[in-house]
Design a protein around this ligand. Structure first.
Ligand code: NZQ
Ligand code: ZN
Length: 386
């Protein structure tokens, strides 16, 4: 097992009716900015629950944060934070609203001229404006981690940021919110959380028995939950499992002491930046080609996953690894997610070259768990996913 430090200060309030406890989590003297997306919270009763819980607080709101939160919109919220002397942020939404709020938490205390530099220059956020979240869409794990991804529509870039100052102080996870989520977003949540576990597991063995078993348990739990939640998002028991699976998939726990990959995410963000493809779907497009291309270095873990998660017993190690890749693809297809780039855009020619060029320009010359994937390798992997 590799050395590690583990720090996660986010308090989780989980279950039906927990949104009412919001009032106990906020500082009494806070001046709060409530941030939300395109308005789903005003149709499903979440907004009313939040405003009820905020009745004795001083607060304002900023809506309209779009999926893949846009820098150009977030800077407008930043102006409000500064002008109104806001001291506390409350995100009510999915990964996009929470990530947008993390950006604002960092940007509110940033002393430089241009807040985009936080992303462009990979500036870690040691301290941000305090914030909490009310999760409305299980998927990203952003509610219990310290990372965020922000899109710049002027440069067509989607970049990550993070740091110990960006953990939510608390996150309220009420699985009842799942009932109003459209099927497409439920499928996205399943595929995203599944791939989060894969990125932290499908590398090479380091004798981390517990981390492997944790990861395999989460993968199995997602597979077990998937058909049920696709069939009926209003089933509270299933929604509870769906929600907690997604949080546990990316709250930092399973990646401690083990190598992690994240190449699928790095390449996937480019597909969103270029074509606006939903984050989770970009992952489904790239997973098969990434694992097939890197079969040799990932074979042992792929075979282990085949046996322990998919119950595949036939064949030698390589054959089991190949069957695992097929089984992962079948899972994506089973929840209605296409796994080739050409099924999302007709303009896929040249994509691999464009992505490789960007990675070269940014100095991303050696990604993946072994630090050996060069832009040339990236080009081949993306090309295989057309
Ligand atoms: O904007 P509204 O109207 O609220 O509608 C949203 C949005 O259209 C809707 N929605 C959310 N909750 C709902 C609901 N509709 C009905 N009922 C509800 N209860 O769902 C749509 C998608 O929301 P979004 O927040 O964009 O989805 P998701 O949670 O999948 O977040 C995706 C973003 O998170 C980033 C992605 O790159 C992408 O930008 N990620 C963040 C990570 C992190 N911070 O750790 C890790 C991930 O790998 C990912 O990169
Ligand atoms: Zn993801």
């Amino acid at each position: 097992m590799n050395n590690f430090e583990f720090y996660n200060p986010t308090k989780i309030l989980f279950g039906k009716g927990e949104i009412a406890k919001l009032k106990n989590e906020l500082p009494k003297e806070a001046k709060i900015l409530v941030l939300y997306g395109g308005g789903s919270i005003k149709k499903n009763g979440i907004y009313e629950q939040v405003t009820e819980a905020l009745s004795h607080f001083e607060w304002m709101e900023f809506g309209g944060i779009p999926p893949n939160p846009e820098y150009q919109i977030l800077v407008k919220a930043l102006e409000v934070i500064k002008k109104e002397n806001i001291t506390y942020l409350l995100a009510v939404g999915g990964g996009s609203v929470i990530d947008g709020t993390k950006f604002l938490s960092s940007a509110a205390l940033f002393e430089g001229e241009e807040p985009w530099d936080i992303l462009k220059n990979k500036i870690r956020t040691e301290k941000g404006m305090p914030f909490g979240t009310i999760l409305t869409l299980p998927a990203t794990g952003s509610e219990m981690n310290s990372g965020a991804v922000v899109t710049n529509t002027e440069t067509n870039e989607k970049l990550g940021m993070g740091g110990p100052g960006l953990f939510p102080q608390f996150s309220i996870l009420d699985p009842s919110v799942v009932s109003s989520i459209p099927e497409r977003q439920i499928a996205n949540g399943l595929a995203d959380s599944f791939t989060h576990v894969l990125e932290q597991y499908m590398t090479y063995p380091v004798d981390a028995i517990l981390q492997d078993r944790f990861a395999e348990s989460i993968l199995s739990a997602i597979l077990e939950t998937a058909p049920k939640i696709m069939d009926n998002p209003s089933d509270y028991k299933t929604a509870s499992n769906f929600m907690w699976n997604c949080t546990m998939a990316l709250n930092g726990l399973i990646q401690k002491g083990v190598p992690t990959d994240w190449a699928i995410h790095a390449m996937g963000h480019e597909l969103t930046a270029f074509y606006g493809i939903d984050h989770a779907r970009t992952l489904a497009i790239l997973t098969k080609s990434h694992y097939t291309y890197n079969l040799e270095t990932k074979q042992e873990k792929l075979a282990q996953c085949a046996e322990r998660v998919f119950g595949i017993t036939e064949g030698d190690e390589k054959e089991k690894a190949e069957q695992c890749i097929e089984a992962i693809e079948e899972f994506f297809l089973s929840i209605g997610i296409s796994t080739t780039l050409s099924s999302y855009t007709d303009e896929f020619e040249g994509t691999a070259q464009k992505i490789a060029k960007r990675f070269t320009e940014r100095g991303w010359l050696a990604i993946g768990e072994l630090g050996k994937l060069t832009p040339e390798h990236v080009e081949k992997i993306v090309e295989m996913s057309y």
